[in-house]
Ligand binder design. Structure first.
Ligand SMILES: CC(C)(COP(=O)(O)OP(=O)(O)OC[C@H]1O[C@@H](n2cnc3c(N)ncnc32)[C@H](O)[C@@H]1OP(=O)(O)O)[C@@H](O)C(=O)NCCC(=O)NCCS
Length: 393
């Protein structure tokens, strides 16, 4: 059956779990590589398993004719595929754009015994579910990352790290961020992945996806690019200036380490395909702030924040214009913006990129919904929150 038991990326990834077996009916669609593999299988049960997995792949929409192999990893020229088997279970994933890795498991009693080989206490503590479920998911996520990566030898403990995980017991779905670290000289860059899990009947299912990072883009004086771990001290310093966070309601960071944690667990690029981007001054090569998009439940927000030294030179406006162009290129249909009435620079930037103000409400009206801290509410007393919208289509 074609189901998508995960929270995110239903538009970009097709997943099939335990489909009705179509048996020999799909054999005439096999690629040459798959025909050979099938012919080499000795036991009837292996043949049945093979057919079932191809039925799963077929129902994701992947064209079986183009399946090839790189070692054990199945590939297709039309996108990315991944397959997994376990007792009474099969899962397949297909995406045209995203790298994918999928894993399906039943309960494995031995995971407690071998846990120290593939995870750490620190990592397990990030899993807000009961211990066996946590172990199942850490294992399954790492299997799915390994399948996605498909390269060289990967040590599950040393090279794969799950930096955040959130489990919803009601929907029996979870998600988080994970990294594949440097495994060898040929793969020097860490790879950020979105990981998702689900408990479907007796099966633990994990999906890892990787989206190619946004190519840096430019305004006249700046370059906008994704945050990287070495930006942590800059983000920390930015938020430590009370003038900078005066109207933003941020608690700030307690250390550069907490800024690093934010960067390492930041899901937006992988989940949405965009996020807040670091702004680099072309003349010095140093970060001067950030500007970008944020997918909020109430709309995709255009936001910005710069070091005080960069204010008053039109930098925010030029970066906001570049971001709006980027949003158009991404095919987004509209953007929103919000700014406090006293934060004149901020709402002027929104207006300068063509946003229309459609409402202004006293800030107190947002106190409950947005968890605004008591101290901020006091200092913002009497201010209005200006709300803006920009149609892009
Ligand atoms: C708000 C902020 C991004 C503006 O950046 P900036 O680079 O100074 O903005 P620009 O130079 O592009 O200025 C845009 C317009 O706002 C005006 N402006 C900027 N700061 C202003 C201020 N403090 N008071 C009045 N007008 C101001 C500029 O004069 C310009 O208008 P103009 O073209 O009519 O002269 C910057 O002050 C900042 O980073 N503040 C801290 C973070 C923050 O509040 N972010 C927004 C949260 S909603």
């Amino acid at each position: 059956m074609l189901i998508y038991p995960f929270k995110y990326l239903a538009d970009s990834v097709q997943v099939s779990i335990n489909p009705d077996s179509q048996g020999a009916a799909i054999m005439d669609q096999f690629s040459i590589a798959d025909r050979q593999r099938y012919a080499e299988l000795k036991s009837e049960s292996k043949k049945q398993e093979f057919l079932w997995s191809r039925a799963a792949l077929h129902s994701t929409g992947a064209d079986l004719k183009y399946i090839e192999y790189q070692g054990k990893k199945p590939l297709t020229a039309n996108g990315h595929i991944s397959l997994s088997h376990c007792k009474n279970g099969v899962a397949a994933a297909f995406s045209e754009k995203l790298d994918v890795g999928i894993d399906i498991e039943t309960k494995r009693e031995n995971l407690v015994r071998i846990a120290q080989k593939f995870t750490t206490e620190e990592e397990l503590a990030r899993f807000n579910c009961e211990p066996q479920t946590a172990l199942q998911f850490v294992w399954g996520i790492k299997e799915s990352l390994f399948k996605l990566y498909g390269y060289g030898s990967v040590d599950f403990k040393a090279h794969l790290e799950i930096t955040t995980f959130e489990w919803d017991p009601e929907s029996r779905q979870g998600w988080g961020i994970a990294w594949v670290g440097q495994t060898c000289q040929e793969r020097p860059e860490p790879l950020q992945c979105l990981v998702q899990t689900a408990l479907v009947g007796e099966h633990y299912i994990c999906l890892a996806t990787h989206r190619i990072p946004t190519v840096p883009f430019e305004s006249k004086r700046t370059v906008l690019r994704e945050w990287v771990p070495s930006d942590a001290p800059w983000l920390y310093d930015l938020n430590m200036n009370p003038q900078v966070v005066r109207y933003t309601g941020d608690a700030g960071f307690t250390s550069t380490h907490s800024a690093l944690n934010l960067i390492k667990s930041y899901p937006n690029y992988q989940r949405d395909g965009y996020g807040r981007w670091m702004v680099i001054d072309k003349s010095t090569g140093n970060p001067i702030g950030w500007c970008g998009l944020k997918n909020n439940p109430w709309g995709i927000d255009l936001g910005f924040r710069f070091f005080e030294a960069a204010w008053g030179q039109g930098i925010a406006t030029e970066c906001a214009v570049a971001t709006v162009e980027k949003a158009k290129a991404l095919g987004l249909s509209s953007l929103i913006g919000r700014a406090l009435s006293e934060n004149i620079g901020s709402w002027k930037v929104l207006e300068k990129v063509g946003m229309q103000r459609y409402e202004s409400l006293p800030i107190e009206a947002f106190a409950q919904d947005y968890n605004i801290a008591e101290k901020d509410l006091d200092s913002w007393k009497g201010q209005m929150l200006h709300m803006y919208k920009l149609e892009l289509l």
